[in-house]
Design a protein around this ligand. Structure first.
Ligand code: RAT
Ligand code: ZN
Length: 443
């Protein structure tokens, strides 16, 4: 039987061109960042803005250079007798940036992904990386206004929406929301309620809740349960959270019986967080595998990743079939099992190549495997940017790798005789960079 030949069939060269165009032109919704609009204050001096020392909006070359990924790399280049982490953190930001610049960019070639990222960012902003002129870069950034710079970065990175991580247990952030509920109203940003202590350290979280006027007991039980739910409802409403999220350590287990190390955290999940997510019809994100403080003096740079328990993820997805879950895991070894779990549960949306996995070789391997197991039904990447400007390199580098994977997949399709069209390539790329996320939020 001969079907009607597809008129728009592309040849190999055209397929490559179409994938490259689709990836370049498709705006991204970045579903997990640690970025904020200027309404949260900025400690960075720009043109015309006030400096707010505790401000949360980070941008500019000194912040790029002092990214915690690079701080970890700096401490591979200095002897403890020369510089301790405490001494480093005691230095001012400019001096920290200068040391990282010297040790990681001048004294050796910046070939690590985080170091290369700084250079891609400067280059795409139009600065000459060949100059190696840190002072010149600083001058350029000093001429930007924080607000206008967000538009510039979003345009260069082709990011249409930035999803924040709003840590309600962080006093600095919490107080800003309480002082002015409209700080989240910047249309370029959306909010996410981040709740780590509620599951990871309920007793401590309950103490805070009591300080804030919620009668949560030291043990998660009785009337305290309703108070935890009231707290969640208040904050989801206050910040207009589009989903709620938690980062869990590798030893996290979902313990249905409520016994064992994770018994109480599992009950908080089952009896408070997931019911409230259902009420608001929002997904819950679980980022699992980060072991905090493996080398405590390094602070944020001292965390590590280990293997998580994918079976717990599967049990949660099965028991809470009315909830929707975004899941990303930090260990490379977990990625195959997680993708297989997503084949079993439509309420599980796999996302991103998180933190130590956000390196070209691993992104490529993970994305190929996910395409092979899940087709187009996953979210290949998020940036995890902490410094606004990082959106530029994270998305530039990721788009390049997604090109390598997707073009191979469409060439494989064409080899079967299937007609591959530009319109359908664009449709699929739209889904993976934006639509799958939007659709999963809606349910
Ligand atoms: O990727 C990172 O920058 C980590 O420090 C964490 O922020 C992690 O992404 C998280 O959200 O906990
Ligand atoms: Zn993060």
């Amino acid at each position: 039987m001969s079907g009607k030949k597809h008129k728009k069939r592309l040849d190999k060269k055209q397929i490559k061109g179409a994938v490259s165009r689709a990836l370049r032109e498709q705006p991204v919704i970045d579903m997990h960042t640690h970025l904020y609009p200027p309404s949260f204050g900025t400690p960075v001096a720009g043109k015309g803005g006030d400096i707010d020392e505790g401000g949360l909006m980070l941008w500019g070359v000194d912040e790029l250079l002092t990214y915690h990924y690079l701080i970890a790399e700096l401490f591979r280049t200095v002897r403890p007798s020369e510089l301790t982490p405490d001494a480093f953190y005691g230095m001012d930001k400019r001096a920290q940036a200068e040391l990282i610049w010297k040790n990681l960019f001048i004294d050796r070639s910046p070939i690590s992904e985080a170091a290369r990222g700084v250079l891609t960012t400067l280059q795409k902003l139009g600065l000459d990386t060949g100059d190696r002129d840190l002072e010149g870069y600083r001058k350029w950034f000093g001429e930007q206004t924080a607000d206008g710079y967000i538009d510039k970065v979003m345009e260069i990175a082709n990011v249409s929406s930035i999803t924040m991580t709003n840590a309600v247990f962080d006093d600095n952030e919490r107080e800003r929301w309480l002082a002015d509920g409209s700080i989240g109203d910047d249309s370029r940003f959306t909010a996410v309620l981040r709740l780590d202590p509620l599951i990871c350290n309920y007793r401590e979280a309950a103490g805070k809740l009591r300080e804030w006027g919620y009668e949560a007991g030291d043990v998660f039980e009785g009337e305290g349960i309703e108070e935890v739910k009231r707290f969640l409802r208040d904050w989801i409403g206050r910040i207009k959270a589009i989903y709620a999220a938690v980062s869990l350590p590798p030893d996290f287990r979902y313990e249905e019986g409520g016994e064992g190390t994770w018994g109480e955290g599992s009950r908080v999940l089952r009896e408070a967080i997931l019911p409230v997510c259902r009420e608001f019809d929002i997904p819950f994100a679980m980022m699992i595998g980060s072991q905090r403080g493996v080398n405590p003096p390094l602070r944020d740079a001292g965390d590590m990743g280990f293997k998580a328990d994918v079976e717990s993820v599967a049990r949660i997805c099965r028991e809470f079939s009315e909830n929707r879950f975004f899941v990303t895991l930090l260990s490379r070894e977990n990625q195959h099992e997680l993708a297989v779990a997503a084949r079993k549960f439509g309420n599980l949306m796999v996302f991103g190549c998180w933190w130590f996995l956000n390196n070209p070789s691993i992104i490529e391997e993970m994305t190929r495997m996910r395409c092979e197991l899940l087709g187009t039904t996953f979210i290949p990447q998020h940036s995890d940017a902490r410094v606004l400007d990082q959106l530029i390199y994270k998305w530039d580098h990721s788009r390049g790798i997604l090109y390598e994977v997707f073009k191979d997949k469409y060439l494989d399709l064409a080899a079967t005789g299937w007609s591959v069209t530009e319109k359908e390539i664009r449709r699929d790329v739209e889904a993976m960079l934006s639509g799958n996320f939007r659709g999963f939020l809606k349910g």
